[in-house]
Unconditional design. Structure first.
Length: 119
């Protein structure tokens, strides 16, 4: 599957079809945000727009990287009203940590789904 097809697959499963999600592939030495990361996502939640950037040289499977970033979109889509209640830097840091923890737990839950679709 191409990265675009993977995005479409998870977008449908997560009911995120109202989001405009783009995918970009870079080399980590071309994109400083990729240093130490396999990918990242930038979102404009108010506009329902996201761009997932993945390291094209990452040893991780592309679907795993995309799933992780798609989970960030899913979590943010659901929790952004809550984040609006917190306007301090400390609260934003806590919210960011909770976001990553939730994404990692969901990622573990979906490991079996990925494996069963690859079979």
């Amino acid at each position: 599957m191409t990265p675009r097809q993977i995005v479409k697959k998870w977008q449908k499963l997560f009911r995120l079809q109202n989001w405009d999600i783009k995918i970009e592939e870079h080399k980590c030495y071309e994109d400083e945000e990729l240093v130490g990361n396999d990918g990242y996502v930038k979102m404009r939640v108010a506009d329902l727009v996201a761009t997932i950037t993945i390291d094209e040289n990452s040893p991780e499977p592309v679907e795993d990287i995309i799933l992780h970033e798609m989970l960030h979109i899913l979590v943010r889509d659901v929790t952004v009203p809550l984040s609006a209640l917190f306007h301090t830097e400390d609260a934003e840091n806590v919210f960011s940590c909770v976001d990553e923890l939730l994404v990692r737990r969901l990622e573990k839950a979906f490991e079996g789904v990925i494996q069963s679709t690859e079979a």
